[in-house]
Design a protein around this ligand. Structure first.
Ligand SMILES: *Cc1c(COP(=O)(O)O)cnc(C)c1O
Length: 374
């Protein structure tokens, strides 16, 4: 069978930057706990995105969790959250014993619909926080969302796990809200094998997060704990991989953009296929190229997924929205349209291989398998 084509797989730099930083850590025995790589990786990410402060954690999920804790989200609090996302966006709300209210998507970016958000504020006037996502690396309608959150005096958390490097009107995703969270999980645009970063302009809060994620150890000779702690700190080895990967982030964005554009060009004459749309004045990172099939299409997402599978090619349905997940069945869901946009996208969407290691020939193969179905 021919070599497998992946959705998105780890892609280390050709130059071997990652190994250099890891070697440095080995040579100085800064394997653990902290060290130069962690500090530098925080600094470098903060500089890259234009945030004042950053804290490196074991995962993007941990970053979202700590953002909620830093906002004092607790039992009895309501948190508005995008429905169309990966469960890791919403789970930390439950970790804090708070209550998620899921918000539907709009059709122009597939992200949180500002109209539905406004409607949610009418029903629940005092949520503790709003969490939005920049799905598949495509920036949400930030002007509208930021404005609504400001009007209601509610802090915004951006789950930018999928959108590192993407910009909206020249500003990096993850820097619009009070907190921004990034992920370096294995399938993300850059990876450390696993890891995350929390950014904020609030220096004190980021320092506090660093304290919580190292088990809340007070400055005493013995182990003194006045607060609940977490073991969420990124290791120095992992941070070394991150520093190397950050050097090739811009290159990866270019490659992902090329992949998206090749699909767009290839499918432009197939009336049934539409690419995930983007707004003007945004520069997505195109982490994944995603299509939807028109309702009238005889070819369904599952037909594409199965046909690709036969060619040893990985593809996936669009995220199943949180309001449809059994684990969140008791949660409220706010939508504007009779049929939820997120439900519709789930039913009609397919994530196509967007691996930066995929060659042009391999992508042609993917395209041909799909074109043959029409
Ligand atoms: C990957 C991802 C996360 C979680 O990141 P981890 O580092 O895997 O914990 C959160 N939200 C979204 C939208 C993601 O895609």
């Amino acid at each position: 069978m021919s070599e497998k084509i992946f959705l998105a797989s780890p892609h280390m730099s050709d130059e071997g930057y990652e190994k250099e930083y890891i070697k440095e850590a080995f040579d100085t025995n800064w394997i653990a706990p902290l060290g130069e790589n962690v500090n530098k990786f925080e600094e470098e990410i903060a500089n890259y995105v234009g945030a004042q402060n950053a804290a490196a954690l074991t995962s993007g999920t941990a970053a979202i969790h700590m953002a909620l804790k830093a906002l004092d989200v607790k039992q009895g609090d309501i948190v508005f959250c995008s429905s169309l996302t990966f469960s890791a966006t919403a789970n930390p709300i439950i970790y804090q014993n708070a209550t998620p209210v899921f918000i539907d998507s709009e059709e122009e970016t597939w992200n949180m619909d500002p109209v539905a958000l406004e409607k949610a504020f009418e029903k629940y006037p005092n949520p503790k926080a709003v969490i939005i996502v920049h799905l598949y690396g495509i920036p949400a309608k930030m002007d509208e969302i930021v404005k609504i959150c400001k009007e209601h005096n509610t802090p915004l958390i951006e789950d930018a796990a999928e959108s590192l490097g993407a910009t909206y009107k020249g500003k990096q995703t993850g820097t619009f809200g009070k907190y921004g969270a990034y992920s370096f999980n294995g399938n993300k645009i850059i990876t450390t094998s696993g890891g995350g970063m929390l950014v904020s302009d609030d220096k004190e809060k980021i320092q506090k997060v660093r304290f919580w994620i190292t088990q809340s150890r007070e400055k005493e000779r013995y182990y003194e704990h006045k607060e609940l702690g977490y073991n969420y700190r990124m290791s120095n080895i992992v941070a070394g991989i991150g520093r190397g990967q950050l050097k090739v982030l811009n290159k990866r964005i270019e490659q992902k953009t090329d992949i998206y554009n090749r699909y767009k060009e290839a499918f432009k004459d197939i009336e049934e296929i539409e690419m995930q749309p983007t707004l003007e004045n945004t520069k997505p990172n195109y982490w994944l190229s995603v299509i939807t099939l028109k309702e009238t299409s005889k070819v369904k997402p599952i037909d594409i997924i199965v046909a690709l599978e036969k060619g040893n090619i990985e593809s996936r349905p669009v995220w199943k929205p949180m309001h449809m997940q059994p684990v969140f069945e008791d949660c409220d869901f706010i939508k504007v349209k009779e049929k939820a946009v997120s439900t519709d996208l789930f039913e009609r969407g397919v994530c196509l291989p967007s691996d930066t290691k995929m060659t042009v020939e391999q992508q042609e193969k993917v395209i041909n398998v799909i074109k043959k179905l029409f």
